[in-house]
Design a protein around this ligand. Structure first.
Ligand SMILES: [Fe+2]
Length: 331
């Protein structure tokens, strides 16, 4: 990975005064960056939101016709696709109010006019380095998600399963007032929980009939393999227990560790509850989907058998009944 300036790094410079624009652009180009110049806020917003050119950082003058630097910054930071683009606001030297407003708009940094050459280069370099780290992290996640979805795609009967799980599990986590990191983990876990199936041969993975005891042993390794696949990614720390324990049962009869009761992480139990519901209510090779009421009747029976936490089943039931948005998507 490169941290040194490179023409591959594109910086947007937005200023309505041509002399200012050229001064900043000249310094950056001399440092080896590519620069996109725009003369007002509207053009800046358009270039950043479409981001077809792959802008890595934006330097915005605060006072511009059309849209101010604040408005451009706010537009960029309010969208998931562009919020990671670093934004530097160029403000007047004594404008304390500008800085406060800039922070509220999500600006990453400020430069005071007149802009010092050294300060500009130092700020840009450190923000670009940070952006490259973030990009790398996003790429690693994207690879994992793609791998997980390609495994799902092997089986036509499970189409859409991972995305539904991701949504339902995060919604159930929210209903249970779980902290944000757990809800993020549930969203990710929904997609990657079965990623360990990459190590299960297709003959077993796609076998239409029941598995032999040996085949079952291979299949039951998928949570362990999945945990290993995702372990190097630091941001997946909270996802690992979900991957490893999504097939445990409260009475200790699950796998891979035979954990009992509270030893099973709550997030893993949440994902599992949603997983079972989704499996019951979607079509499979040898059975038709059951209606939601029947799925919950079966799940409550399994609660009595000591497998699942009845409270989670009830919460999911209440969630699906209460949310027309989610319930509307039931198969
Ligand atoms: Fe699984």
């Amino acid at each position: 990975m490169r941290y040194s300036p490179s023409p591959d790094v594109l910086i947007l410079v937005a200023d309505d005064v041509e002399a200012n624009r050229e001064l900043l652009a000249g310094i950056l180009e001399a440092e080896g960056y590519s620069v996109l110049r725009v003369g007002d806020g509207l053009q800046a917003t358009e270039a950043l939101l479409s981001n077809s050119k792959g802008i890595d950082l934006a330097l915005l003058d605060v006072l511009m016709p059309g849209q101010s630097g604040f408005e451009v910054c706010q537009a960029v930071k309010s969208r998931a696709e562009t919020r990671l683009i670093p934004v530097v606001l160029v403000t007047g030297l004594t404008a304390t109010g500008d800085r406060i407003r800039g922070i509220e708009c999500g600006a990453d940094d400020f430069l005071s006019k007149p802009v010092s050459h050294e300060e500009l280069v130092a700020r840009v370099r450190s923000l670009i380095r940070l952006k490259q780290f973030t990009d790398e992290l996003e790429n690693a996640e994207t690879v994992l998600f793609s791998l997980a979805l390609s495994i799902e795609a092997k089986d036509p009967y499970t189409e859409g399963h991972c995305h539904r799980l991701s949504e339902y599990a995060a919604a159930l986590g929210e209903r249970l007032h779980l902290p944000e990191p757990d809800r993020v983990a549930l969203r990710r876990g929904g997609i990657v929980h079965d990623i360990g199936k990459v190590a299960v041969p297709d003959a077993i993975l796609l076998k239409p009939g029941p598995l032999s005891p040996e085949e079952r042993l291979v299949m039951q390794q998928h949570p362990v393999v999945g945990e290993r696949v995702c372990a190097p990614l630091k941001s997946f720390g909270n996802v690992l227990p979900i991957i490893r324990h999504h097939h445990e049962k409260l009475d200790g009869s699950g796998y891979p560790d035979g954990l009992r009761g509270k030893a099973i992480p709550l997030t893993a139990q949440i994902l599992q509850t949603v997983d079972i519901y989704d499996a019951l209510t979607t079509v499979r090779p040898y059975r038709q989907p059951v209606a939601p009421e029947e799925a919950f009747r079966i799940m409550h029976e399994e609660v009595r058998r000591g497998w699942w936490d009845g409270r989670l089943v009830e919460e999911l039931q209440a969630l699906l009944q209460g949310s027309t948005e989610l319930a509307g998507r039931l198969p």
